[in-house]
Ligand binder design. Structure first.
Ligand SMILES: [Fe+2]
Ligand SMILES: [Fe+2]
Length: 131
């Protein structure tokens, strides 16, 4: 397991928290597949695709919420999403299981669940709940 969900990770908007929770489950499954003693490259790729696919979906949901509510930080927040999306898409586009998968996956998940959640997502949640 890479990172366990706990209450301190909540931003206070149920939809966003539920999606972050699910994202973490997919990230942990991917991490376990990479760390498996008998690593199965096809399983790793399948879990990587599941994680990446859900990440895109989650970003799209947040961006939809921002547009619907006229959120003033839409542009900056969307730019952060795009940078994360580029990183994970690069991994998926690579063929086979590369050794740097683990570093990138760990780095992306930690930055997502720390920096991005703590600032961009927390600000958005505050805006949504105070409307
Ligand atoms: Fe976000
Ligand atoms: Fe998020």
């Amino acid at each position: 397991m890479l990172m366990e969900w706990n209450g301190s990770l909540e931003v206070g908007c149920k939809q966003i928290d539920d999606e972050h929770k699910h994202l973490l489950i997919l990230a942990n499954t991917l991490y376990d597949a990479i760390m498996a003693r008998k690593r199965d490259p096809r399983a790793v790729l399948a879990h990587l695709r599941a994680f990446t696919g859900y990440l895109h979906l989650h970003f799209a949901h947040e961006e939809q919420l921002m547009r619907e509510t006229g959120y003033p930080g839409l542009e900056a927040h969307t730019a952060e999403h795009a940078a994360f999306a580029r990183e994970v898409d690069t991994l998926v586009a690579g063929s086979g299981v590369r050794t740097d998968y683990l570093d990138t996956v760990v780095s992306v998940v930690f930055r997502l669940m720390a920096g991005h959640r703590d600032s961009a997502d927390a600000e958005l949640a505050l805006f949504l709940t105070r409307r």
